[in-house]
Design a protein around this ligand. Structure first.
Ligand SMILES: C[S@@+](CC[C@H](N)C(=O)[O-])C[C@H]1O[C@@H](n2cnc3c(N)ncnc32)[C@H](O)[C@@H]1O
Length: 283
């Protein structure tokens, strides 16, 4: 099977997952001020109930009552984690040692299929979004497929990754005569890393396996002095889903998570790749 995100070939389930059943047992939708409320219960049929319009109510303002009996998490990051656990998409390798072993296997051939090579328009768009002369922190930089083109445009780049194999390839590239000399390589797990703030924090397809998305995103938001840019290849295949396919968290959950952190991100979809970016207040 081919990974849609990094295009590497993977075989067999990388880990076993508990089954998570997301459908809410009870959802209440109420149009504030409308005469009717719709109550849907479990697998039962919707019931339409007549409701008296309160004095001075604003018609058609929707309120969503909390689904207190629901099994579906209401918190953006709990929902993200639940989807990771439930998904059978091969890109959801949550076991860190399996992930590191995966990058060890594919590192030397990674560049041939890297997103930067397959969809160069994304590199161009990211470059446009980076203010000239900015400092950039590239989280999950891998072999530097974005790091190197961005370094030509930036004051300096910190390329952080937790895979020694991927960074080995990046370091090799940095030794070439024409390589930029403003790249600092950091071997670290992002969630544990102690890194100073940079003008721009960038992450390309590095977040869909993090075990603690709240921590990972909170750190990214805090480290981005001027702008945050996250590139996320849409994971779910187009059209009807294959039989039994259980998609994992996707760019919408990233946007949801950012929203929960009071970050109202811009979203651009280019060739099934989401570019999610935001400016820090007052930047
Ligand atoms: C799909 S590759 C993308 C590499 C690179 N961003 C690119 O543009 O080609 C994902 C990279 O994220 C790194 N990564 C994943 N989770 C990480 C974490 N928690 N901390 C640091 N690096 C991580 C992996 O080691 C891998 O190199």
């Amino acid at each position: 099977m081919r990974c849609r995100r990094c295009a590497a070939t993977v075989s067999g389930p990388e880990s076993t997952k508990p089954e998570y059943l997301p459908p809410p047992r009870a959802v209440v939708l109420r149009a504030k001020g409308c005469r009717r409320a719709l109550i849907r219960r479990g697998l039962g049929l919707p019931l339409l109930l007549a409701r008296k319009q309160p004095e001075g109510a604003v018609p058609h303002q929707m309120t969503y009552a909390p689904a207190t009996t629901s099994a579906a998490p209401q918190d953006a990051f709990e929902r993200w984690a639940a989807l990771q656990a439930w998904s059978n998409d091969v890109t959801n390798r949550l076991d860190e040692s399996a992930d590191l072993a995966f990058w060890e296997r594919v590192a030397d051939d990674y560049d041939a299929e890297a997103l930067a090579k397959r969809v160069p328009v994304i590199v161009e768009r990211v470059r446009q979004l980076v203010p000239a002369g900015a400092s950039i922190l590239d989280v999950g930089a891998g072999t530097g497929a974005f790091t190197l083109p961005l370094a030509a445009h930036a004051a300096r780049v910190t390329a952080l990754d937790y895979s020694p194999a991927m960074l080995r390839v990046l370091r090799r590239k940095l030794q070439a005569a024409a390589a930029p000399d403003n790249v600092q390589v950091v071997l670290a797990r992002w969630e544990d890393a102690q890194v100073e703030a940079h003008d721009v924090v960038f992450a390309e397809n590095a977040l869909y396996r993090v075990a603690d998305p709240r921590l990972a995103l909170t750190k990214i938001v805090a480290a981005a002095r001027r702008r945050g840019i996250i590139v996320w290849s849409v994971g779910r295949p187009p059209g009807p889903q294959p039989d039994g396919y259980q998609p994992g968290p996707d760019y919408v959950h990233l946007v949801d998570g950012l929203f929960a952190l009071d970050v109202f991100a811009q979203v651009e979809l280019i060739e099934r790749v989401a570019l999610v970016w935001w400016d820090r207040d007052g930047a």
